[in-house]
Design a protein around this ligand. Structure first.
Ligand code: 95L
Length: 151
């Protein structure tokens, strides 16, 4: 999976997920990587589909493995990108309602519960590897986040 977060200091762009997995939370933009597609291509495609934006400059900042107690056999590997410029105006899609947030007003209480554990590194430009285990209420049961030199 890919996750793109637009960062134009002092604000970030998030999207309220309107349907499906993660509904009701402010998310980055992203989704599954298709067969024959590379990760960067998938990140750009999902950003276009979900927010109507064409990525300009970006860099991969983290890789996170997510596990859920209710699906012990599955691992979701998410590649997290910081997108520092783009063309287009954020537009609402079927999936997402985009909104800008100032860095000191990031709505962690309406986001996935892992986010507070890696956003500070992400925003400082520190590359990281993480893994999280969620319980049935999507709360973090176990976590590990480490700075890395390269992903
Ligand atoms: N901004 N953070 C996200 O968009 C985010 C955070 N954590 C997640 C954990 C599991 C998952 F399936 C998705 C996310 C997710 N989109």
């Amino acid at each position: 999976m890919t996750l793109a977060i637009i960062y134009q200091h002092p604000r970030i762009l998030l999207g309220m997920k309107k349907k499906g997995f993660g509904m009701g939370r402010w998310n980055g933009f992203g989704g599954k990587v298709k067969d024959e597609e590379d990760i960067e291509t998938a990140m750009k495609r999902e950003l276009q589909e979900e927010a109507g934006l064409i990525a300009g400059g970006f860099s991969e900042r983290g890789i996170i493995e997510f596990r859920f107690t209710k699906r012990p056999e599955e691992v979701l590997e998410v590649h997290v990108f910081m997108v520092s410029d783009f063309t287009g105006d954020p537009k609402e899609s079927e999936e997402m309602k985009p909104r800008w947030f100032f860095l000191d007003e990031i709505p962690f209480h309406e986001m996935w519960s892992d986010d507070p554990h890696w956003f500070p590194l992400f925003l400082k430009g520190i590359k990281f590897r993480g893994s999280f285990l969620f319980d049935d209420a999507d709360l973090v049961l176990e976590r590990d986040v480490k700075e890395v030199q390269s992903l």
